[in-house]
Design a protein around this ligand. Structure first.
Ligand SMILES: NC(=O)c1ccc[n+]([C@@H]2O[C@H](COP(=O)([O-])OP(=O)(O)OC[C@H]3O[C@@H](n4cnc5c(N)ncnc54)[C@H](O)[C@@H]3O)[C@@H](O)[C@H]2O)c1
Length: 261
């Protein structure tokens, strides 16, 4: 039996940003299976509606809000909507991000608008959602899980993305700084650094990584990651099973970082 089946989030309310597809969608389904009432946000309304339908069809309790998290007021609205719907807040999974296909390039090639978009969605939205969420979480304690990336640790010769890397490095620093401040409120703050996961965000590299892996030069565990691999990490960090873990990050990349060099 996995921790989802043991009701690890029974009675909890969890916000998940970027829940339309990929890791956010898989987390919404898993958190609901683990007993959470889930409040979902994304900029892409039709895809978000599909996640909502699927959570409901599986017997989960869910509410959702269409939100462009590049807009500051939308970040606070996501939290207000969750608290209005469910009356409390225990978990925030800050997952929404723009990826390399949108904000790729070097410092020389990326324009200021796209640089700013990367920081606004990938970092500033975490600040603004957390700023609105923490006051509601103080009553009972809780967990914030931020999705960073292995890009926080290493660049890429073939696929440079300086703005994305900078944003994900900031996510890790913010995670540690918040963990230091909110421990006394029993709010744990942790991050996950996924490697290559099969989602729309990585669609441009999946084939190359898969070919390299088949040739024995890629991911030591022999496969690309699936959204559920990361959702399970997020559920662990959100649950009481991670009761003494704060300010930490989990690298979930099939061993790729360990084998790089
Ligand atoms: N897929 C990978 O290989 C990989 C690797 C490392 C880290 N990550 C991280 O995982 C997280 C989830 O990404 P994914 O791989 O599931 O891709 P995805 O594109 O399926 O999910 C990202 C979600 O964020 C949403 N989003 C983007 N901009 C938004 C905005 N302005 N407002 C609201 N929502 C917005 C998208 O609509 C999408 O649903 C991201 O933080 C990403 O950086 C992914």
């Amino acid at each position: 039996m996995g921790i989802a089946e043991s009701g690890a989030l029974n009675g909890r309310v969890a916000i998940i940003t970027g829940a339309a597809t990929g890791i956010g969608r898989a987390s919404a389904l898993l958190f609901a299976r683990a007993g959470a009432r889930v409040a979902l946000a994304d900029a892409r309304a039709p895809e978000l509606a599909r996640t909502v339908e699927d959570v409901r069809a599986a017997g989960g309790e869910v509410e959702s809000v269409g939100a462009d998290l590049a807009r500051p007021e939308a970040c606070a609205a996501v939290v207000a909507s969750a608290v209005r719907a469910f009356g409390r807040l225990d978990v925030v999974l800050n997952n929404a991000a723009v990826g390399t296909m949108v904000v790729g390039g070097t410092v020389e090639t990326i324009g200021l608008d796209l640089w700013n978009l990367a920081q606004d969605v990938n970092v500033r939205a975490i600040y603004l959602v957390s700023r609105a969420a923490v006051p509601h979480m103080r009553a009972a304690g809780g967990a914030i899980v931020n999705i960073a990336s292995v890009s926080a640790f290493r660049g890429s010769v073939e696929r440079p993305s300086h703005a994305y890397a900078a944003s994900k490095g900031a996510v890790l620093s913010l995670t540690r700084a918040m963990a230091a401040s909110y421990g006394r409120d029993r709010i744990r703050v942790n991050a996950i650094c996924p490697g290559t996961i099969r989602t729309r965000l990585s669609a441009d590299i999946v084939d190359r990584v898969e070919d390299a892996t088949k040739a024995g030069r890629g991911i030591p565990l022999g496969r690309i990651g699936e959204p559920e691999d990361i959702a399970r990490c997020a559920l662990f960090l959100a649950s009481d099973d991670a009761s003494f873990i704060s300010g930490a990050h989990i690298v979930a990349d099939g061993g790729a970082m360990a084998a790089a060099g």
